[in-house]
Design a protein around this ligand. Structure first.
Ligand SMILES: Cc1cc2nc3c(=O)[nH]c(=O)nc-3n(C[C@H](O)[C@H](O)[C@H](O)COP(=O)(O)OP(=O)(O)OC[C@H]3O[C@@H](n4cnc5c(N)ncnc54)[C@H](O)[C@@H]3O)c2cc1C
Length: 350
């Protein structure tokens, strides 16, 4: 039996790449081991073009954001489902000075398309502290990642192209012109194995810089702000009365365990914003596959070009994956060049 692609790992990266290649008419076997941890199973799924106190535009935002909205919407339409929630992000100012700084920053023509005009500050005041007003970020939203991954898994199961279990390196033979695994011959094997790529003998040389993150889920009676609120932490409304609060960033203690420190940090931040009582009902931890130069890892192995990687998505897998998967598909199928900042060839001298 032959197939075009074996995709190893079904977080956001594997799901998006498998879908993209399938839509281009390729035969794809998607494999994932539910026994391994997954950052996508923990992530809030937010897409946000302007981040941090300096309203830094996401890398390649002008290409990524229009593309991702269209990408997720088209899957919803094709499958008749909903997992993508287009929202604005409301950012209450911490002070009058901050309001003035943000007004200057948003006057920049490169930033302006991502800001909506004067939000109705009063409509938030019942639930959150916003005495200085706030700013609304446009083209944002969130993907319900558990739902998205479940739907993509179902799609490939229905096509009989899904393998639930671990792809062991010992079972995989990567040759010069094809790869063999469990009696199937593939033109390519692409690893979308998240932070586990650090243990992958083909790609463990890439300069990863993983970042642990923690997130809370809370009940909050009567809270009905439809937007995502962000002031140092985000408050993501999953449905009326249920929110997610996140996230922490830590470059040490890189395990998948929750901690009291993580919870206390998030609670201290959220108490400064949220006016009404809440009850924490869940806490989760994950490890983001971040990279030293904060750019993703996309491309084929130099010595064994039958194998490739699609990863290193860091804090922004949901925003990056659709556009990069399209680029990678064009590279694999049409021979187009990859973005040099994303291409792993930039790391080869290492
Ligand atoms: C607390 C927290 C909040 C976050 N919030 C956001 C957010 O709001 N927006 C955003 O864009 N990003 C967010 N992120 C980052 C996001 O999680 C990552 O960018 C993204 O999930 C990375 O996806 P991935 O598919 O590369 O890796 P993963 O999701 O980790 O998936 C890798 C998959 O590969 C599988 N796998 C590995 N090796 C094998 C093997 N040998 N055989 C079979 N399967 C294998 C694993 O089982 C896993 O399912 C957050 C992360 C954390 C921790």
């Amino acid at each position: 039996m032959n197939a075009d692609f074996l995709i190893v790992g079904q977080g956001i990266a594997g799901s998006v790449l498998a879908w993209t290649l399938d839509q281009r008419g390729c035969s794809v076997i998607l494999a994932d081991d539910p026994g391994l941890p997954s950052a996508s199973a923990v992530a809030a799924g937010i897409v946000n073009p302007l981040t941090g106190r300096k309203l830094v535009r996401t890398w390649n935002a002008d290409e990524l954001f229009p593309f991702l909205h269209q990408f997720y919407r088209s899957i919803e339409q094709q499958l008749g489902v909903q997992f993508f929630h287009s929202k604005t992000i409301y950012r209450p100012f911490r002070s009058d000075d901050e309001r003035k700084t943000y007004q200057e920053l948003t006057a920049d023509p490169a930033v302006r398309p991502y800001v909506t005009e004067s939000p109705e500050d009063a409509s938030y005041s019942q639930w959150i502290n916003n005495p200085f007003g706030g700013l609304s970020v446009a083209q944002a939203g969130w993907v319900d990642l558990n739902e998205f991954v479940r739907l993509i898994k179902g799609y490939f199961i229905q096509k009989n192209q899904y393998y639930e279990g671990r792809v062991e390196q010992t079972d995989l033979v990567v040759g010069d012109t094809s790869a063999a695994w469990k009696g199937i011959t593939f033109n390519r094997v692409i690893f979308c194995d998240g932070v586990q790529a650090q243990q992958n003998p083909l790609f463990n040389w890439l300069p990863f810089n993983p970042v642990k993150g923690q997130i809370l889920t809370a009940l909050v009676d009567g809270y009905s702000i439809p937007d995502i609120v962000n002031q140092g932490v985000f408050i993501l409304p999953v449905r009326p009365g249920l929110i997610r609060i996140g996230a922490t960033y830590s470059w040490h203690d890189l395990d998948w365990e929750i901690s009291d420190d993580g919870r206390e940090y998030l609670e201290a931040k959220v108490r400064a914003v949220l006016k009404i009582p809440y009850e924490i009902v869940n806490q989760q931890a994950g490890i983001r596959p971040s990279t030293k130069d904060r750019r993703p890892f996309v491309g084929l192995h130099k010595g064994k070009p039958v194998a490739g990687i699609f990863g290193g998505m860091g804090t922004k897998g949901v925003s990056l994956a659709p556009y990069l998967a399209e680029q990678f598909a064009r590279h694999l199928l049409d021979g187009e060049e990859l973005d040099s900042e994303a291409n792993i060839s930039r790391c080869v001298s290492l």
